[in-house]
Design a protein around this ligand. Structure first.
Ligand code: HPA
Ligand code: ZN
Length: 321
């Protein structure tokens, strides 16, 4: 039932799909020496205490991604796994600065990922789009430069987002970047309310004018914010297993998903960084089903929320329902 439920994934970092086996293979192919004795030693690093402890490993492992081929192999591997999970449409995040900051050309990462995405419908039956996410713990001026270059390259992106270490890096710092994106007709989303306070969710809405919030689970701490999100049908791309593994919640049993649904929020279920959290989209749905006893209509409703929240024309939504 879970694998046949048609699914839409709206919060997935392509870099977060880099599996340990592929890290070892790419290191070998590119002649890169890794600071791990072997695959088991690498696997032992996947214990996180918070967002930053995860980001440290996530960024370090990216050193193995060098060529366009590496980026397209990474993307194809995700699409193959997503197909098995029943994903029919995916709006995929990529962090260009995580690559340009280590000397990889912007065109290398963008072309590598988008080449694999271009074949996705025929190869895997998954429609896709690409959203570039800017690292909020790097200067906004750098994000502006990268966005300007993406626009001049006419990169095949539909939107921009904001991610990386949240606390101390409020959305207000990125007003200019998001204004430029909007002026070019790009969709806008932002991570907010994962570790950061509800105030960051308000800023993302009011100042960056985003149309979806990534995570957003701390919105529940602010009743007026919840009312606003409900009234305006602002989708939240929630990632249950990510929240557990990054210790935003202690256990899946403690996840606020049932409370969010009870308040009438437009919640979608997503995998975030499945290679790091050990759970792809089907695993997230299965975990919720087992933990909260969600029945088939409740699971189908979550899937429909994602279809509604996707950046698609109405004619493209119909086949996903
Ligand atoms: N939060 C912030 N930044 C990220 C995440 C996340 O869950 N995954 C990859 N970059
Ligand atoms: Zn994320």
């Amino acid at each position: 039932m879970i694998t046949t439920l048609p699914k839409v994934e709206l919060h997935l970092h392509i870099e977060g799909t880099l599996e340990p086996e592929l890290i070892m293979q790419l290191a070998e192919r590119n002649g890169i020496r890794l600071p791990y004795a072997d695959l088991d030693d690498l696997r032992r690093q996947y214990e996180f205490t918070d967002l930053q402890s995860f980001l440290n490993l996530y960024y370090a492992n990216l050193d193995v991604l060098v060529t366009e081929q590496d980026f397209s192999d990474l993307t194809r591997a995700y699409l193959k796994r997503a197909q098995a999970a029943g994903v029919r449409h995916a709006e995929i995040f990529m962090d260009p600065q995580a690559h340009t900051s280590r000397g990889i050309a912007l065109a290398t990462c963008v072309n590598g990922v988008s080449q694999a995405l271009a074949d996705s419908v025929t190869e895997f039956g998954i429609s896709t789009s690409l959203i570039v996410t800017f690292l909020r713990d790097r200067p906004a001026a750098e994000a502006l430069e990268v966005l300007t270059e993406l626009i001049s390259l006419d990169a095949p992106i539909i939107g921009i987002g904001l991610d990386s270490a949240e606390v101390g890096h409020p959305p207000i710092d990125f007003v200019e970047v998001f204004a430029l994106a909007r002026a070019h007709g790009l969709e806008c989303v932002a991570h907010a309310g994962e570790e950061g306070p509800p105030e960051y969710v308000w800023q993302a809405l009011d100042l960056l004018k985003v149309s979806r919030i990534d995570h957003g689970i701390r919105s529940l701490e602010d009743d007026a914010l919840v009312d606003y999100l409900v009234q305006n049908e602002i989708p939240l791309t929630v990632c249950p297993f990510s929240n557990v593994r990054l210790r935003v919640v202690d256990r899946l049993e403690d996840h606020p998903l049932p409370a969010m649904l009870a308040r009438g929020l437009l919640v979608t279920i997503n995998s975030d960084d499945p290679a790091y959290f050990g759970s792809y989209l089907d695993d997230n749905f299965r975990g919720l089903q087992q933990t909260f006893g969600l029945d088939a209509p409740a699971m189908a409703a979550l899937s429909r929320n994602a279809v509604q929240a996707a950046f698609l024309a109405d004619a493209e939504r119909a086949p996903l329902l």
